[in-house]
Design a protein around this ligand. Structure first.
Ligand code: UDP
Ligand code: MG
Length: 324
């Protein structure tokens, strides 16, 4: 019988102002690691990487204390706030392990799904998506915006896994392939399926945040949604062209009709301000909207062309262990 494969696991945890949840989350994650080590599923060099995404509260001090207390914790401090996606990416690029799992600091995602993820990994899957079985723990706004987002994404041809956020396992190979994507406009949910590696899904129930507040307000969710769609689909640009074609054909038709009416001596029913006023506002609005959409893509190109680093690490900390 071939020797059982013991995985070196890395958990990547992005943190922005999480001082209230971190102690609890850290001990839950540590217990999880210990249980997996005891079952000889993962090596005892497996670690939990906290990425401090420019917190302004005591998050870094908490992480430092945790690192001091146990060698299973490591801290990565970004120079400022780069945003959730970049914090996850930074952690993935830095962490070690045969498999890495990204999970939010508030542990809304069920850590027991990690067992299933490892199982799927052992079965040969290089990507394992954590997918929410339902959205009961979300408020109305989140549910609403999420369903609009998934509906739109699907229509516009963006390939994402519905109800999967950033709770996922990636194999070492998947992480190094991901490292080749040097996009400034980073939308991991869209990029990971593009890797094309064998993947699987595990289902779990998402709970409510234990403490602290959500860092994702309406503006952030709207931003992420626009980001996700415009980074992966140029269908909105096509829609503008189609709209232009439609208006052009319709007005040509009206023009011909007006010409015909003039030739045969009919009077066209033009009265008041509405037939001229409404099209002016309508087309003006459509034009501004279209410029906005085109501008969104130009802005993206501008940011990509500059090729600025997507994250900067101020420092990393880990407990020095003898013999390692
Ligand atoms: N987060 C981050 N940088 C940010 C915003 C959020 O690292 O700019 C982290 C946050 O600490 C948490 C995770 O990303 O671990 C998800 O954020 P949150 O729980 O606030 O979002 P929600 O679950 O409400 O969508
Ligand atoms: Mg959360």
């Amino acid at each position: 019988m071939p020797a059982k494969k013991v995985i070196q696991l890395g958990l990547v945890v992005p943190c922005l102002n999480e001082e209230h949840v971190l102690p609890g989350s850290a001990s839950a994650l540590k217990s999880k690691l210990e249980a997996l080590i005891a079952r000889e599923l993962i090596t005892n060099t497996s670690k939990i990487y906290f990425v401090d995404d420019g917190s302004t509260d005591g998050t870094w001090a908490t992480i430092s204390r945790l690192v001091e207390s146990d060698a299973c914790f490591e801290g990565i401090k970004l120079t400022r706030n780069f945003g959730h996606q970049y914090a996850v990416y930074a952690g993935l690029m830095h962490a070690q392990g045969d498999a890495l799992i990204s999970i939010d600091a508030d542990l809304q995602d069920d850590i027991n799904a990690i067992d299933d993820m490892l199982q799927k990994f052992l079965e040969g899957n290089e990507i394992v998506y954590g997918v929410r079985a339902d959205r009961v723990s979300d408020n109305h706004l989140k549910r609403w915006t999420a369903s609009i987002h998934y509906w739109l994404s699907l229509r516009l041809g963006v390939r994402t896994i519905p109800h999967h956020a950033d709770f996922r396992l990636l194999s070492r190979r998947a992480v190094s392939l991901l490292g080749q994507y040097r996009e400034t406009n980073l939308y991991l949910r869209g990029i990971v399926p593009l890797l094309g590696l064998q993947s699987a899904e595990v289902f779990y129930t998402r709970s409510r945040r234990l403490a602290g507040v959500s860092k994702y307000g309406f503006r952030d969710m709207f931003g992420l949604s626009v980001e996700g769609i415009t980074s992966f689909s140029i269908v909105p640009l096509r829609i503008i062209s189609m709209l232009g074609l439609f208006v052009f054909l319709a007005s040509t038709g009206f023009g011909l009709w007006a010409l015909y009416a003039a030739i045969v001596g009919q009077t066209t029913p033009i009265q008041g301000w509405a037939p001229t006023g409404i099209p002016i506002y309508l087309l003006g609005g459509l034009q501004i909207l279209s410029i906005g959409v085109v501008g969104e893509y130009i802005g993206k190109t501008y940011l990509e062309v500059k090729g600025r680093p997507t994250y900067l690490i101020e420092r990393t900390i880990s407990k020095a262990v003898e013999g390692q």
